[in-house]
Design a protein around this ligand. Sequence first.
Ligand code: ME8
Length: 518
Amino acid sequence: MTSKFYITTAISYPNGAPHIGHAYEAMATDAIARFMRLDGRDVYFLTGVDEHGMKMAQTAAKEGLTPRELADRNTPLFEKMVTSLECSNDDFIRTTEPRHHTSSQAIWERMVEAGDIYLGTYSGWYSVRDEAYYAESETTVREDGVRIGPNGTPVEWTEENSYFFRLSAFQDRLLKLYEDHPDFIMPKERYNEVVSFVKGGLQDLSVSRTTFDWGVKVPGDEKHVMYVWVDALTNYITGVGYPDTDGETFRKWWPADLHVIGKDIVRFHTVYWPAFLLSAGVAPPKRVFAHGFLFNRGEKMSKSVGNVVDPFALIDHYGVDQVRYFFMREVPFGQDGNYSHDAIVQRINADLANDLGNLAQRSLSMIAKHCDATLPQPGAFTADDTAMLTACDDLIGKARAAMTDQQLHIVLADIWSVVADANRYFAAQEPWALRKSDPERFATVLYVTAEALRQIGILIQPFVPASADALLDLVGVPADKRNFAELGEGGRLAAGTALPAPNPVFPRYVEAEAGEGA
Ligand code: ME8
């Protein structure tokens, strides 16, 4: 039975151009979506942008634009990023779309009906300039007696009407959810942090604003717009047809199987989001996985530091599969990671060009030259051949096991350990010497190597889709024989298949001469 798999990324704020953190999340989520599809699951993959909120309103004001104009200018860059990364998303949601306003207002009304939303007053130190409330501890009193916020702007004690969500009433239900579903929050460190946060007690949450009007209007009280996180989180159900909870789409896909997010927004996804859903009578998602942050040579990226690396520049420079491979292999998924030019080049040249690329090129060139460009008929398998084939056949089991916990880097490490086995096998068998001395062994060694390339090619599709396709073309695997059901002994290559002339699949990265730019 094929089972469904609904997966999402966080939705990015399009208040600037996409950065590598956004790209990282999109490519990792895509790798998981592709893996599941190849493994026979019926997958729905949603990504998009979070166009409301103060951040958008403030950036727009600074640039002399309306928030809508800012969103319309930047959102296409996020769509382009997703396309440039070869993401296989089924939908791209913008929170300004009418379907999303309808959905956000519907969940709000369900929360009102449940008695979990009430009108109160929100008070705090408010900076008109920043359009933000600050905690007393974030403010200081200047020499002239004026109290200022963290940006140096004057703050005044302000009270405004705000709707509140009765989060305090959800402590027990949330703790029970975590206890009953220990895999709801991954990795484990994040789970532990959230459990101890919730055990410490929960305050009601201010969920509307009257100081600006860029957002989803509160039903029945249009002076208020919803706090941006209420509508942002709702995107995940909008994407599958909420509020039509009886509809086929919603019934098929919800609850989401996996929300992939960054570690800075865990609380929103694992405390607020399930509480909103429980209040509205909607099942919580099955899992929230928080990936780590990326640092450029050890520094946190931010626009103010000026070290945001443009994902488009990375893709242009190194190639999309190279970028995808690097981040998925280099950074243990769930932990923070570093990247630098040298580290990327090292992975491209060692893992892709040398280990896998050369093995393919050397073995397939021999077939092209000495076997009439036809996959040779193997003779009886020796223990070495069988060991090589078994290592390949065992990979899918290991990959599935690692994927249960979203350990993408382990999937790749396991595949590349078999790439290393295949290189050792090829070198030890010395096919170049066998060609004359033992043509049958020659044919068998080339067949076994090609079969290893087939299984490796199928397994790397989620990570390096275009290169994997090119490799599978070279070993003559038909397009409809590339899913995981074909792995293992049942899908062995057919001897006698005509193969195309081999071209290198993974080019080496060669440093540009000084002065050549890049
Ligand atoms: O948080 N490394 O949007 P966002 C890795 N709109 N991941 C990073 C990162 C980095 N340096 N910087 C950001 C928002 N991210 C909200 C989400 S979801 C209902 C609403 C990740 O544009 C970040 O953790 O600030 C988040 O998962 C995603 O990029 C979007 O961040």
